[in-house]
Design a protein around this ligand. Structure first.
Ligand code: X5A
Ligand code: ZN
Length: 649
């Protein structure tokens, strides 16, 4: 008997009843001409295939999709939005679909989009209902299009209907299900803005989102995902955002947030059910996310949530764009739901220092609502932090951002998985010839901001990150240090503008007025580097998605700038330092700097773009540059910066 029992158990269903929903019909939503796009049908196919070949689906109850009824969708979305999505497939919309999509933020539409959107929403309702009734213990809905960015009257960020929000309202409204309190955990790498807005004033739903935020620079690129957004009225305290300051967050960072925010709050909230907006774009290898959560990490995050709501958990797929990463992550989660393996392993890494800072800020903000968050975290704990990585190893953070910008339509979208490869090929073939040409030409790169501090400037050459910087630099291809350094004074105006930067966070950064005036004085540190290196610095200063297959600034540009005094670089016109200014010659070598252009100056003057004093970290870096460069005493340097920051333009 014993032997039979064991044998049969290994081939039959798990003791836990776990639902899994997949339906090929959701693949009919794709780009109009099947152009490559990260949010493509292969995402759910890859996950489904993986779960089948790993023998997971065989242990689950397999469900197929059901279209959501309008009345359920209308609990989240407005009538005009529902009408639009319903009608988008009809013939009469054939000519209008592309135009409609182009007016939306990061949305494409085809004739299959409506059906897929209805199926995705209906599928999450379906599995949630079964879990609520107890027919299933837990479930995973492998759906697309994703949902968490979709707002009351707006499709955005690859999302048409907010699947998780719709299923949440369904559960709450079906009173006989007895689900009165729901915890939504959104671990997609992007902020769940649509879900947040749906339940903003609703204390029955605790919405928790952890996401890359970068002070509002990461998609959806606004302040909605800030930790200060805690809900309103009766919903105050029931909205929790954990905004990462940088990419590269991994298991250790997520687990720290779970242990010190989410799990204690979940205990106190005591939900009747948990819905997970389970995007896998924070996974290591994701081309958009730039984070590093491993399958083990996802398993742990999920495992820790299973202690609540009597294990009634529904996962609904959101984002995730590396087919291998999302398949492995989903598999790890399914193993946890099936309880087939106790999660073993450990993260040898520590959280980032910024992670502890964010955790403390969130606890501070919410401690009035959740007494479990009131205690200060012990110093011993928060002193366990990851050392800042010194050198960026090949394709990493900056490239992930580049891909993101590419996909926002700047350049023709590249296919998901081959993005890294394509870029490497590009970088290695077409670019070699201009690089060797320009590597023989020297210029003086004249700096007036943080680059005056040599260790900071070297980040642009060698790669790396110094104190105060919140972002790694990739460095130049040619890593030779500057051949010479000298200081000079020029009759230009230094000033500070913009509210925040990816590198320094909150606070303005330095600009140089491109025109000279006799009474103005600016201290500049000149580095003798090659024109090739200057191109790589331009690229990094402008955080550009330009592929560098040809130079941003070549010999023709050099002739042109000598003649005209300045030149605007079209390829990086969105960058803040796209204007190369010629400052004369020094020992037969041209002096170049990069700053904003005259139209930006007008915008600074009119207030359209803010003037803003530098942050403490940033100002300190400038002072260090001036003092260590032997130009000014500390006192003089401080007042020099202060004057530049306060004198009107
Ligand atoms: C669901 C999701 C990402 C949208 C990114 C747009 N959306 N650049 O991951
Ligand atoms: Zn996402």
């Amino acid at each position: 008997m014993e032997a039979v029992e064991t044998a049969s158990r290994s081939t039959s269903r798990s003791l836990r009843r776990v639902g899994i929903l997949y339906d090929e019909r959701m693949c009919r939503h794709h780009t109009p001409d099947d152009e490559p796009h990260p949010e493509n049908p292969n995402r759910i196919r890859a996950i489904w295939n993986k779960l089948q070949s790993a023998g997971i689906s065989q242990r689950c109850e397999v469900l197929s999709a059901k279209e959501a009824e309008d009345k359920y969708i209308l609990s989240v979305h407005g009538k005009s939005h529902v009408d639009l999505i319903r009608n988008i497939s009809s013939q009469q919309y054939n000519s209008r679909r592309n135009r409609i999509a182009s007016n939306l933020n990061s949305i494409y539409l085809n004739e299959g989009s409506s059906e897929a959107a209805y199926l995705a929403a209906g599928s999450v309702i379906e599995v949630a209902k079964r879990v609520a009734k107890g027919e299933l213990d837990s479930a995973f809905a492998i759906v697309r299009p994703p949902g968490h960015h979709a707002e009351h009257d707006e499709a955005m960020g690859f999302c048409l209907y907010n699947n998780v929000a719709i299923a949440t309202n369904f559960l709450l409204n079906e009173k006989e299900l007895g689900i009165n309190k729901i915890l939504i955990v959104d671990w997609d790498v992007h902020h769940g803005n649509g879900t947040q807005k749906t339940f903003w004033k609703d204390p029955r739903v605790l919405f928790f989102s952890v996401h890359r935020h970068e002070f509002g620079n990461f998609y959806p690129s606004n302040d909605d995902g800030d930790y200060t957004m805690i809900g309103e009225g009766p919903g105050a305290g029931y909205n929790i955002n954990v905004p990462w300051e940088n990419g590269r967050c991994g298991d250790a960072d997520y687990l720290a947030v779970w242990d010190h925010i989410l799990i204690p709050v979940a205990k106190q909230f005591n939900p009747d059910m948990i819905l997970i907006s389970a995007g896998f774009d924070a996974a290591v290898g994701d081309p958009l996310g730039g984070c590093r959560v491993t399958p083990y990490g996802y398993a742990m995050l999920l495992r820790k949530l299973m202690d609540f709501a009597r294990g009634k958990i529904v996962l609904a797929l959101e984002g995730g764009y590396n087919l291998t990463s999302i398949s492995n992550s989903a598999l790890a989660c399914m193993e946890v739901l099936l309880d087939e393996k106790t999660v073993t392993g450990s993260t040898e890494a520590y959280p980032f220092e910024s992670t502890w800072r964010v955790i403390r800020a969130v606890r501070q903000e919410l401690k009035a609502f959740w007494s479990v968050l009131a205690d200060e975290l012990p110093t011993k704990l928060i002193s366990q932090k990851a050392p800042i990585p010194k050198i960026l190893i090949s394709s990493c953070d900056s490239e992930a951002e580049d891909v993101e910008e590419l996909l926002q339509g700047v350049i023709r979208p590249l296919s998901t998985l081959r993005v890294d490869e394509d870029r490497r090929v590009l970088a290695e073939s077409a670019s070699v010839s201009w690089r060797s040409d320009l590597s023989n030409i020297d210029i003086w790169y004249a700096t007036f901001g943080s680059n005056m501090w040599k260790p900071r400037f070297l980040c642009y050459i060698e790669g790396g990150q110094v104190d105060g910087m919140q972002k790694l630099c990739s460095g130049s291809m040619d890593k030779r240090p500057p051949k010479e350094i000298l200081w000079k004074i020029f009759p230009h105006r230094l000033f500070f503008g913009r509210e925040s930067t990816r590198t320094w966070g909150l606070g303005g950064v330095a600009f140089l007025h491109p025109e000279s005036k006799n009474k103005d004085i600016v201290h500049m540190c000149l580095y003798r580097i090659t024109l090739e290196q200057f191109n790589d610095v331009l690229h990094q200063e402008n955080i550009s998605s330009y592929d560098m297959s040809s130079p941003l600034f070549d010999l023709t540009s050099l002739d042109c700038v000598k003649e005209k005094g300045s030149i605007n670089l079209e390829a990086v016109k969105k960058g803040w330092y796209h204007n190369v200014v010629y400052l004369g010659m020094e020992r037969d070598i041209p002096i170049l700097t990069m700053t904003c252009d005259l139209s930006d100056i007008e915008n600074f003057k009119s207030g359209k773009v803010p003037l803003h004093a530098p942050s403490e970290d940033y100002a300190n870096t400038l002072v260090k540059g001036l003092v260590e460069g032997g130009q000014l005493s500390e006192e003089e340097a401080v007042s020099y910066i202060k004057e530049a920051a306060t004198k009107p333009l």
